[in-house]
Ligand binder design. Structure first.
Ligand code: XUL
Length: 550
């Protein structure tokens, strides 16, 4: 029996998946949701972030992630799951960062005070609290660093230079601009910071009580790493903040074995002493592996809080539109990723406006906004039964919130072909939002080589009407693999690969195949070509002006 654990610390939950690498199957799945777990209510982060007066600022409490990890491990220990686990790896929401003071060294195995790492006498959260130099962690949803992006770009030379070095333009949610803002707004705390971790390397530090590295997959999402050399870029370090390199962990291969789990987890949760930990990576990088898309030629459409389109690539090829990213793929190669912020939120807003959602009486979220109940069945039916591909020319730019692809900072919803977001035009509105999202995704992913196979995942893809529209617009078969926890699964597979107990090519063996195949209706091909051009041109008019030479 060869069991491996993958842990995914995502925006809304911490999830664990255990695989048996010989039987090639998933043997256990566990999850702790920030919204539903009563003991986490004290962190005021039910949606994954803390309320803030400035809507652009999105931080979370890192101690909530620590406590959620312990709750997950407790769940598994009650089922006796951990004893047979030979290796652990993990996944973190990308770009988010955690700041530790110099006392973090006391936690490290072998250091003077931390000879055995964490003490089993206290909870992990209580031990981590005094080691934080910044109480909160900016996460990927933060878009408050526009000024810092501009300054970094200017210092590095130009937008093209930043893209050439790091694979992405200076991007608001990326870690480098976030670090610069921290250094500028809280210089004392920056001075007290001895280690800056990504969410992924932070979790790996917890599991090992060792100075965990940042893997090259997730490291590429920081605007600090040179994607060609796979190491920190001097030019980007200097452009970002003083004395930054000494505050960053080493950059390592995603297959790097950090060491054994800390004795804390052996004593408290029953892990084997020789259970080893492989470097953690970013959630998208792990998802690529979990979806069985780690080799070029397969693209993944993921419809979630944000919609993403990603694919493995043999060589780092940056996006000429400068919205997309080149990341490491967590198996030591590269991947392209484009992220659309107006994903499920835009679909929800349209459902609300056309009467396919009603507020849940007396239920509000932590910001006091109503919680809604959606009629997704009717939404899908409206697309499949009441409207036709092309939607009679009715379309929209779905920018309810600032957009990442393309880079739109002043959001605006634009309607075309006489569309109205009102109950009397409900069916057309449902199709319009999804069709327009798919058309924009297709238009803005045209720099990524056309794949031979397209997979679809994420909550939005459960709706057959939505998935069918993506097949029609992309003009290709789309396979629904039903791998909802692909990041945790990918991490478990990587643990086995990193410990040389699984060939990476065997990753697809774990996906329960046989999901639905959506075949494109080709009748609207010409209409779609024209609509894609119109929407791309209209969105281009809203793109934030480049303030620096390219
Ligand atoms: C990718 C991104 C998001 C987060 C979500 O660039 O910002 O997909 O990784 O967890």
């Amino acid at each position: 029996m060869a069991r491996f654990l993958g842990i995914d610390s995502s925006t809304q939950s911490v999830t664990g998946i255990v695989i048996d690498s010989e039987a090639r199957k998933i043997v256990a799945e566990l999850s702790v949701s920030f919204k539903n777990e009563p003991s986490l209510a004290k962190y005021n982060c039910a949606s994954g972030y803390l309320e803030h007066a400035d809507d652009k600022v999105r931080h979370a409490d890192p101690l909530m992630w620590v406590e959620a990890l312990e709750l997950l491990l407790e769940q598994g220990a009650r089922q006796g799951l951990w004893k047979g686990v030979r290796g652990v790896s993990g996944s973190g929401q990308q770009h988010g960062s955690v700041y530790l003071n110099s006392r973090y060294e006391e936690s490290l195995i072998g250091s003077a005070k931390g000879a055995a790492g964490w003490s089993p006498a206290e909870s992990l959260a209580d031990q981590v609290r005094p080691l934080l130099s910044r109480p909160t962690a900016p996460i990927w949803m933060d878009s408050s660093t526009q000024a810092q992006c501009r300054e970094i770009t200017r210092a590095a030379g130009s937008v093209s230079e930043v893209v050439r070095i790091t694979g992405s333009r200076a991007t608001e949610r990326f870690t480098g601009p976030q670090i610069r803002k921290f250094h500028q707004t809280e210089p004392e705390r920056y001075a007290q910071t001895a280690r800056i971790h990504l969410v992924s390397s932070f979790m790996a530090w917890l599991m090992t009580a060792r100075d965990a590295p940042i893997d090259r997959g997730d490291g590429a999402g920081m605007n600090l790493m040179d994607i060609e050399t796979g190491d920190w870029s001097d030019a980007m370090l200097v452009a970002t903040a003083p004395d930054l390199e000494q505050r960053l962990p080493a950059c390592r291969s995603s297959r790097h074995v950090i060491g054994a789990v800390a004795p804390y987890f052996v004593q408290k949760y029953g892990f084997a002493e020789d259970c080893r930990v492989v470097a953690f990576s970013g959630d998208n990088c792990n998802s690529l592996v979990g979806m069985g898309a780690a080799a070029p030629g397969v693209a993944v459409i993921s419809l979630g809080t944000s919609d993403t389109y990603f694919a493995a690539m043999a060589r780092p090829l940056p996006d000429p539109n400068r919205c997309g990213h080149v990341f490491g793929d967590s198996l030591d190669s590269f991947m392209s990723l484009i992220c659309f912020k107006n994903g499920s939120l835009a679909r929800e807003r349209v459902a609300q406006r056309v009467g396919l959602a009603k507020p849940l009486a007396g239920k509000t979220d932590e910001n006091g906004d109503s919680l809604w109940q959606y009629d997704w069945e009717r939404f899908g039916e409206a697309i499949l039964k009441d409207t036709r591909p092309g939607n009679g020319g009715k379309a929209m730019l779905p920018y309810f919130d600032p957009e990442i692809t393309p880079r739109i900072l002043a959001p605006e919803v634009k309607l075309f072909g006489g569309l109205e977001l009102a109950p009397h035009d409900a069916a057309a509105a449902c199709r319009a939002v999804v069709e327009s999202q798919a058309l924009l995704m297709r238009a803005y992913s045209d720099w990524i080589p056309r794949p031979q196979r397209v997979l679809i995942t994420g909550g939005g893809s459960r709706n057959e009407g939505v998935a069918q529209v993506f097949a029609d617009v992309f003009g290709t078969e789309i396979h629904d693999l039903e791998v909802p926890k692909s990041a945790a699964l990918g991490a478990a597979i990587r643990a086995a690969v990193g410990l040389n107990m699984l060939d990476p090519k065997a990753a697809t063996d774990f996906s329960p195949g046989g999901g639905k195949v959506y075949r494109p209706e080709r009748s609207a091909e010409d209409v779609y070509r024209e609509m894609a051009k119109t929407l791309k041109a209209a969105s281009a008019e809203l793109i934030a002006k480049e303030e620096d030479g390219a």
